[in-house]
Write a protein that binds this ligand. Structure first.
Ligand code: NCD
Length: 382
């Protein structure tokens, strides 16, 4: 993991690092008491709407004793005057110790990270990735099911445009969970995700019985990816006559540990392409014996994919999942600050500007003066 970069993709965190973050999240109360981020500042730059991600990051930072600066609406920031993302990243780097950015363009957060001098956290970039949601999702599954390895998770809905899905399937594959995909027609996983699963995680495709999943969706064809390692398995839905012919022959009777439902990402679709059937979880699912221990997750917001009946059922764990956003993000922030500090000791010193009022001025030690006129200090003092 590049210590300066923060987290742009879930691929930048190793499994061990994810476990380390989860161990910190388990002790979130201790992080709170210790005020682990006291004196630090987090900037949130959200170019797209958000409730959970933004507020849970802000709550996490405040619970760690740190503070938060933000633009309440990026349309009122200098972006509206034509400022580039690169310039914004450079400028905000001088105001904060970490930046949390959401943007509607795929890759925008990575581009900003190239120009930032502080770690950047991707809070969702277009239809691409949402790595911190994945941390919350994995943590929720681990809390509910004890471990990730060997679980079978059905990812459901708009798998094409849902960025939470793209980060999640890679992470599930890495932890040895079985990934079953049940896409709305025309919203299958993008080819690049499938290819990466095949190339990097050794998955291969095979058909599966749709009878198993008819409580959620009836009009669909299904396929699954069987890995060369026996513990990994993924199932894919596709609109394909040939595949349909193979259905019901293989892998019926799988144990499903979780359904991960997503909403249709209308904002990423061309008008006129948003109609058609969409999977839903409701009474039929709740009554099916096969799903009696299957938990239902959703990154939220939901629209009409989940029936309200599920809210009162022990298997509907999406509000818990949203609540874990705070301890998990507290843990991630603490992890990144610790990393950065560790590195700052070894790294060649780098200087960032500090602006202080005359009254508060304390002379910068001579040894630290390198830049123009002494208006610079070692970043390790942040
Ligand atoms: C998700 C997102 O923004 O990608 N929401 C979230 O962060 N919890 C899912 C969505 O908007 O559908």
């Amino acid at each position: 993991m590049d210590k300066m970069r923060g987290v742009i993709s879930i691929a930048e965190l190793t499994n061990d690092e994810i476990e380390e973050i989860f161990a910190l999240a388990d002790g979130a109360e201790k992080l709170r008491t210790e005020r682990s981020a006291s004196g630090r500042i987090m900037a949130t730059l959200f170019y797209e709407p958000s409730t959970r991600t933004r507020l849970s990051f802000e709550s996490a930072m405040q619970r760690l004793g740190g503070s938060v600066i933000s633009c309440s609406d990026m349309r009122t920031s200098s972006a509206a005057k034509g400022e580039t993302l690169a310039d914004t990243a450079k400028v905000v780097s001088a105001y904060a110790d970490v930046m949390v950015v959401r943007h509607n363009w795929d890759g925008a957060v990575r581009a900003m990270a190239e120009h930032a001098d502080v770690p950047l956290i991707n809070a969702g970039d277009g239809g691409h990735e949402h790595p911190t949601q994945t941390l919350c999702d994995l943590y929720t599954l681990r809390q509910e099911k004890g471990q990730l390895k060997g679980l079978t998770v059905v990812v459901c809905g708009d798998l094409k445009n849902g960025r939470t899905i793209h980060s999640l399937v890679f992470a599930l594959a890495r932890f040895g969970a079985n990934v079953v995909t049940l896409a709305a027609n025309g919203m299958e996983l993008p080819q690049y995700v499938i290819e990466r699963l095949e190339l990097e995680y050794d998955y291969s495709m095979a058909p599966v019985s749709t009878d198993d999943l008819s409580a959620v969706m009836t009009e669909t064809d299904a396929l699954y990816l069987t890995p060369k390692q026996p513990h990994q398995l993924a199932l894919f839905t596709q609109v394909d006559e040939v595949i349909q012919g193979h259905l019901n022959t293989i892998a019926s009777g799988l144990r499903y540990d979780a359904f991960y439902m997503t909403r249709k990402q209308k904002e990423r679709m061309k008008e006129g392409t948003t109609n058609g059937s969409y999977p839903t979880i409701g009474p039929e699912f709740l009554r099916a014996k096969r799903f009696q221990d299957t938990v239902v997750m959703h990154p939220l917001p939901r629209v009409d994919e989940l029936s309200p009946e599920l809210d009162k059922d022990r298997r509907g764990i999406y509000f818990k999942q949203a609540a874990y956003g705070v301890p998990v993000r507290m843990a991630l922030l603490k992890f990144l600050f610790d990393r950065r500090e560790g590195k700052a000791i070894k790294r060649k010193k780098k200087f960032s500007p500090v602006y202080q009022s005359r009254g508060a001025w304390t002379p910068v030690p001579q040894s630290k003066l390198r830049g123009p006129k002494g208006a610079v200090v070692d970043e390790s003092t942040f």
